[in-house]
Design a protein around this ligand. Structure first.
Ligand code: ATP
Length: 202
């Protein structure tokens, strides 16, 4: 099984790229979804978060309110680091478990979509890192439209992620996504064809 680690900053187009790779035949995993499940009540992560951030991040039923937690961590690098140290290893375990299942199911090409792939040190569980990159001005417009959040919130999310130069250093392939979805599709189909189809025909 060949595992692609699909990464990129906020709003760069990872999910759109993942959808396209799925349509080309890959089995995809979105680490964000596991990110949500590790917060569930009475899990290891849940307990450690309460210990670290206090009960102010809970609702009246004892569930973690992600928006409360997000407000705490996105304005402070050290708080975000604390949260990441608690969550990332647990999410990684879930991703590995899913990849193991893919392997048992004889999946040929898998995609792990994760914004945090590089900073969480997950490069060791993928064969190649593919980064999606878009211009900051385009990201602002797309994320504003998608999430209805203002520029300063988007900027603080960007600031909390690794910069493009660092991402580039770890990337085997960089896919630029400044055009239409059709262009992104064409770009990814070309890479897919060169990497997985024509090479096998040789
Ligand atoms: P995040 O890390 O914030 O979840 P992401 O990298 O997964 O973001 P997407 O959700 O794929 O990014 O894209 C952000 C928004 O921009 C979405 O609403 C998506 O539909 C839109 N988008 C992405 N690429 C394009 C494109 N080439 N043309 C038009 N809209 C796009």
């Amino acid at each position: 099984m060949f595992i692609i680690g699909l990464t990129g900053g906020i709003g760069s187009g990872k999910s759109e790229a993942s959808k396209i790779l799925k349509s080309l035949g890959a089995k995809t995993i979105n680490a964000d979804i596991f990110g949500h499940s590790v917060y569930k009540k009475n899990t290891k992560v849940w307990g450690e978060i309460i210990e670290e951030f206090g009960e102010a991040v809970l609702d009246k039923d004892g569930n973690i309110v992600r928006s409360k937690l997000a407000n705490r961590v996105f304005s402070s690098k050290s708080e975000l680091d604390k949260l990441n140290r608690i969550c990332h290893p647990e999410i990684k375990k879930l991703v590995i478990k899913e990849l193991d299942q893919f392997s048992l199911d004889s999946v040929k090409i898998a995609v792990v979509e994760a914004a945090i792939l590089i900073e969480a040190n997950w490069t060791d569980i993928v064969d190649e890192v593919w980064s999606i990159e878009s211009k900051t001005s385009i990201i602002f417009n797309r994320v504003k439209k998608r999430d209805n959040i203002n520029r300063s919130v988007i900027q603080s999310r960007i600031d909390s992620q690794i910069d493009n130069a660092t991402r580039l250093k770890y990337s085997d392939i960089v896919i630029t996504n400044n055009g239409t979805i059709e262009e992104l599709k064409k770009n990814l189909s070309g890479i897919w064809e060169r990497k997985f189809i024509s090479r096998n025909k040789e």
